[in-house]
Design a protein around this ligand. Structure first.
Ligand code: TRP
Length: 329
């Protein structure tokens, strides 16, 4: 059976795009592969989050994952910092990674530009830590978005380099797992890019009805099709895309006809869209809250996942230490 691994940073919330996109596919993948889903709390430290908020951020993402259908009986759910072998492998991989390779990474250059006062070494070696996350479980498949593809390339390079230097095939080269046409892309509400690019363009699973309605009503549209058959404004097209995911086909058809014959009132479309989004997300929101407040359950999930993750990581590190030449006296 193939091994799949995916990490998510511990700051922020899951949005509609995560839910109807990757998460839906993760839920299916759980039946087909050995899945590791973890919260990359170490990676989050590059921006120095406050300790008081740190744990609740981790707990939030875990609750949101569980409420969205990740099943601790099928998958291994854990927190990165609880698996010390990740850090051990990170040190060893750092010795095989060249400064120039890391400086050329697009994500690093972007962060330097955005935050010139916090160019720390952790930021530079972020891809090495990510490689350690993946290689410590000898994962075969890593579902990654466009922004993480380059990091996965570095992981593949390090796997090859390690195997070659130590002349043992310890690491498989992980492949980018592509959901293909199964991956629904949810656009943001601001008429540009995908959901989650900025705080305001997204609808989060924890948003309440009032917030969702307000965000949808504020979404970018135009003043209506001026000439029948003229190309659809991107903001309007985005609303139709989301409608296509959350609403019944008759509803989509109804508004599409109204659009085509130029009688559409965007206020009505938005009201319907907000109601249909709520129909999906409000039950999940309730589940998130229930799970978040169920301390014993979260403890059970994390203890189980941590044990599984450590067992897998320990087995890899035995091979790694042996390959490098560490020996006990
Ligand atoms: N860097 C990833 C992101 O920002 C999160 C992540 C950390 C990750 N380690 C990983 C993703 C390993 C996949 C595999 O989205």
């Amino acid at each position: 059976m193939k091994t799949v691994l995916s990490g998510i940073r511990s700051t922020g919330h899951l949005h509609l795009g995560n839910y109807f996109g990757a998460l839906r596919n993760f839920v299916q993948l759980q039946h087909k592969a050995k899945c590791y889903f973890f919260i990359a709390d170490l990676h989050s430290l590059t921006t120095h989050p406050k300790p008081v908020d740190f744990h609740s951020g981790v707990k939030t993402i875990l609750s949101e994952y569980l409420a969205s259908g990740l099943d601790p009986e099928k998958s291994t759910l854990f927190v990165q910092s609880s698996v010390p072998q990740v850090c051990e492998l990170y040190v060893l991989l750092n010795m095989l990674t060249y400064k120039g390779e890391l400086e050329r990474t697009t994500s690093f250059k972007d962060k330097v530009r955005l935050n010139p006062d916090n160019v720390n070494a952790g930021l530079l070696t972020y891809p090495v830590l990510m490689a350690a996350d993946i290689l410590v479980h000898r994962a075969d498949w890593v579902p990654v978005g466009k922004d993480q593809e380059q990091h996965l390339e570095i992981t593949r390079l390090l796997a090859r380099r390690f195997n070659k230097l130590y002349e043992v095939p310890v690491f498989p080269e992980p492949e980018a797992y592509n959901f293909g046409s199964d991956l629904v892309k949810i656009p943001g509400l601001d008429g540009s890019g995908k959901m989650g690019k900025s705080e305001e363009n997204g609808i989060y699973l924890v948003d309440d009805q009032k917030t969702i309605t307000k965000k949808v009503m504020r979404a970018v549209t135009d003043s209506g099709p001026v000439v029948p058959g003229s190309p659809m404004n991107p903001g309007v097209a985005n609303l139709f895309t989301i409608l296509g995911v959350v609403s019944e086909p008759e509803v989509v058809r109804y508004f599409r006809e109204q659009y085509d014959n130029c009688t559409i009132r965007y206020g009505d479309l938005k009201k319907q869209l907000a109601a249909d989004i709520c129909r999906h997300t409000l039950p999940i929101k309730a589940r998130i809250e229930e799970i978040y407040n169920n301390g014993p359950y979260l403890k059970y999930v994390i203890e189980k996942g941590t044990e599984e993750a450590r067992t897998s990581a320990r087995a890899t590190m035995e091979l790694v230490r042996d390959a490098v030449g560490f020996k006990s006296f």
